[in-house]
Design a protein around this ligand. Sequence first.
Ligand SMILES: Nc1ncnc2c1ncn2[C@@H]1O[C@H](COP(=O)(O)OP(=O)(O)OP(=O)(O)O)[C@@H](O)[C@H]1O
Ligand SMILES: [Mg+2]
Length: 245
Amino acid sequence: MSSEPKSVVEAVEVSKKYKRGKISIPAVNGIDLTIGKGEIVGITGPSGSGKSTLLNLIGGLDRPSNGKVLVDGVNLDDLSDAELSNYRLKKIGFVFQFYNLISTLTALENVELPMSLANVPNEEQRKRALELMSTVGLGMRADHMPDELSGGEQQRVAVARALANNPSVILGDEPTGDLDSKSAKALMELIKSLQKERKTTFVLVTHDPLVVGQCHRAYSVRDGKIAHELSGKELGKIMAESQFY
Ligand SMILES: Nc1ncnc2c1ncn2[C@@H]1O[C@H](COP(=O)(O)OP(=O)(O)OP(=O)(O)O)[C@@H](O)[C@H]1O
Ligand SMILES: [Mg+2]
């Protein structure tokens, strides 16, 4: 009998209310979802529907008001703040819309940073960072500063950085939102090849029907709730044809 958890991410009745004075804003309002190892899952929906809030709950950047989030079978609610930040460092890779690279570090040093924070020995950091730079197709750009790279290249460095500590899941919040369509396509090809070759799990928040179309499964979120769950292909097609997305 294997004791491996069935899912990488499981959200059970998860809610997040923000308080503004006396007003309570239900940003996420009772969401259940399960994400298996090696899946690429899309999350889409209108602005303000709660996508980023949901991603932040999965990533342990925020704690739910109700319900629970499990990653690799561990209930994040059981973790202290220090354990939660260690969890983020080791178990989650984040990719943001505007890359968020440290501008004073080279591309390679940006990839080394999460390993340095996790106390990986220096030699191993360098070796692994160089491997990851070549995995994302930027072996020749390792010594470039972020502002010497295109947006698409910076986002590939961000993906390499996200992979640094071998996370259980990579969370992307509008990872193609600032990219031209050619770079966006290339980023999705990279994501698909990482999924294929390393069984990396991705959760991608996006407004882009082309991104959703490449996901195995996709959820659409409305008013903090799951409105639909479809194959990426189906939801991508609906989004491309509908004025509501
Ligand atoms: N820190 C906060 N304090 C108060 N309200 C917040 C906070 N963060 C988000 N909200 C509110 O929660 C709701 C969901 O926000 P969220 O950022 O998750 O939406 P989103 O789906 O990611 O939107 P977008 O597509 O524009 O990025 C919105 O009504 C937003 O105004
Ligand atoms: Mg958002």
